[in-house]
Design a protein around this ligand. Structure first.
Ligand code: SF4
Ligand code: SF4
Length: 342
């Protein structure tokens, strides 16, 4: 693929259901953002540039060369924008953990839409809503009708809603990896470098976090789990060997061992390693080989030391978890029929 470089390739960045961290991470490439500006015509980036959705709607299909789409698909607006940007972009990238595998928003797939709204608008300790006011899709005001997006029953990944060309993992993707992806795109568009095979994971490694961790792992047997604040871990030894639940064995490399190198266990934000479809079951398998007991009751006691197993094993990957598909009784794709009017 090559582009007519008399006009700069068009780049779009968009956020759906996300915290905004992926947008900030793009700015973390620091002065290289000037290289991005020199190489691309940024045509849509709501967090930084005041283009409107109607500007995108007015573009020809395929007019945008590359779109980095971060955020999961939580509501009808997210889904509309995913479809719109899919049509307008030649290359659509699921950028960051939310778009790639659901991340924190998809943890609400462990419960229902109704329970999620009850918590947010009634039950949370920080909620002050005595009239139990709930968001409505349409509200009449003197000036006309106000619209809010419909809130779906299920959080989906970008790839479960539209066709995705590439994915960049990370919560957020690390700056050096983001620049690596943008540089690769520049080489493709300006210098005719070959496109990676469709479906490739970009901006990450092909091993596990343990493989780039500076700590020494001896795969010691453990007889109990401790939380990071309960011990002062040896700074050179594997955290898992010391009983701290570290997701390194079940996480793709690429971040450079960012957390583990400063004493914080890996939480798994780069998603499952190659050839592993489900990050949680990969981690359970890793734990099975290090638990120091063959007595079922003792194993139960050790496992009870894992606080919030779902949130630990699937913190970033619930959107693509086999478990989530089982809850819905369907594949990870959910049709718009699941829409429930408030
Ligand atoms: S389990 Fe965690 S601390 Fe241990 S080697 Fe792997 S990434 Fe490093
Ligand atoms: S160590 Fe784990 S949680 Fe931390 S940035 Fe790397 S992949 Fe993400």
């Amino acid at each position: 693929m090559t582009t007519d470089v008399k006009t700069k390739p068009k780049l779009a960045l968009y956020w759906a259901a996300s915290c905004g961290g992926c947008e900030i991470a793009v700015l973390d490439i620091k002065e290289k953002i000037l290289d991005v500006d020199a190489a691309f015509d940024i045509v849509f980036w709501p967090v930084a540039v005041d283009f409107k959705v109607k500007d995108v709607e007015a573009m020809a299909d395929g007019e945008i060369d590359v779109c980095l789409f971060n955020g999961a698909i939580r509501n009808s607006d997210n889904e509309y924008m995913a479809g719109l940007l899919r049509r307008k972009a030649k290359i659509l990238v699921a950028f960051g953990s939310c778009a790639y595998e659901g991340c924190i928003p998809a943890l609400s797939n462990t419960t229902t839409r109704a329970a999620t709204l009850d918590w947010a608008y009634r039950d949370s300790p920080s909620t002050d809503n005595p009239d139990d006011t709930r968001p409505q899709e349409e509200t009449e005001v003197p000036e006309g009708t106000l619209h809010l997006p419909a809130f779906w029953e299920t959080v989906r990944t970008l790839g479960q809603v539209v066709d995705v060309d590439y994915s960049v993992p990370g919560c957020p993707p690390q700056a050096h990896q983001i620049w690596g992806v943008l540089e690769a795109v520049i080489n493709i568009l300006y210098h005719g470098a070959p496109l990676p095979p469709k479906g490739s994971i970009l901006g990450a490694g092909d091993k596990t976090c343990c493989d780039e961790c500076p700590r020494t792992r001896e795969e010691k047997k453990i007889s109990g789990f401790v939380r990071p604040h309960q011990i002062i871990p040896d700074p050179d030894k594997c955290l898992l060997d010391q009983g701290i639940l570290c997701m390194g064995p079940a996480t793709r490399s690429g971040c450079g061992g960012l957390c583990v190198s400063v004493g914080v266990p890996c939480r798994g934000c780069y998603g499952p390693p190659p050839n592993s479809r489900d990050q949680g079951t990969k981690m359970v398998a890793a734990l099975a080989s290090v638990i120091d007991s063959e007595d079922p009751e003792e194993i139960d006691r050790i496992l009870d030391g894992i606080v919030d197993p779902i949130g630990t094993f699937y913190r970033f990957s619930m959107g693509t978890a086999t478990l989530a598909g089982a809850r819905r009784g369907v594949s990870a794709h959910v049709s718009a029929d699941e829409r429930v009017t408030p």
